[in-house]
Write a protein that binds this ligand. Sequence first.
Ligand code: SAM
Length: 329
Amino acid sequence: MAYEQNGRLPDHQNWPRPELLYSEALRELHATIESDWDSVKRSACQTAAGRALWKHVVNDQLAELFAGETYLTNLYEKIKNDRMSNAREVSGVILAVRTLWFESKLEAAVESFGGGAQVVLLGAGMDTRAYRLSCLKESDVYEIDFPEVLEMKETLLQTAINNSINPQSKSLTRIAADMREEDWFKKLQSSGFIPEKNTVWILEGIIYYLPHSQAMGVLKTIADNCSLTKTVLLADFMNKQSTTLSSSNSFHFYSDWPDHLLPTLGFSEVNLSQIGDPDADYGLLHDPLNLFNKLRGVPRSFQNHPDDGTPCCRLYLVQASGSPKTISS
Ligand SMILES: C[S@@+](CC[C@H](N)C(=O)[O-])C[C@H]1O[C@@H](n2cnc3c(N)ncnc32)[C@H](O)[C@@H]1O
């Protein structure tokens, strides 16, 4: 494979193609997704397409199945064009960096807990970490999403591989819930979640879909857990300008300063990264003049770029943690 000098970006002819080994039954299921689901639920398949098309850096064997042919083909064409035109940012790179960032932080958090932890994925969508991360072998994993999304996930697995794949995690529990409703935490507890057990919370690509008060309620519930046990939150936050990027007005919650917000809720330690920072680069941002570096050079308080007035659309990758001891001291 012809990689560039940084070794991680194949050229347009060598970009790994989607395999598209689809049966008629799978095509029908994906046609249902396209016709019946709203854009928020469909975003689960879009992110899976990102992982599938960046498979030379993200090892997610199930991503193609969950993405579906349309999203795979669309993204593949965009990537090919980006590579042919030497674009500064290749389509899907944010998803690839985000996935790798969450994975490395998840692994470190679980390890810091000595292996046995609870891992809760809110807005899990087509996430497959329970199947593919060996660091989760002593962990109980909980996936929360809308019932339609979780049912479809099961059906796709059943149809494609007869459910013949086992999670690597100690357990995997799927919980149908709407995060805008207050009962999601009760549903999580009645599915076996123990608030007193060390927990990693993953909010990847979800919090900005929630209205402000519900998003704050979810963050507060997680922060309250810090007073009971060691808690790590991994989440991505949009700043205000980023919420204008959705053509379907799906984005609501934003925070320009999540590193200031989270301590007020009860987290004792907060680390924030932007795409392109040393811990959120992974050798994938090949052009030093890429958009992300351009943004990182501008103070975070700026809503528009001083050079050309374009909106500063940022995605913050945030790790926050707390424990009973740090809260009371
Ligand atoms: C962009 S996808 C991210 C999926 C997954 N975390 C990933 O990174 O691949 C957003 C997910 O959040 C889910 N979601 C959005 N709003 C939700 C809500 N109110 N309750 C439950 N799930 C929700 C969607 O159904 C979708 O699966």
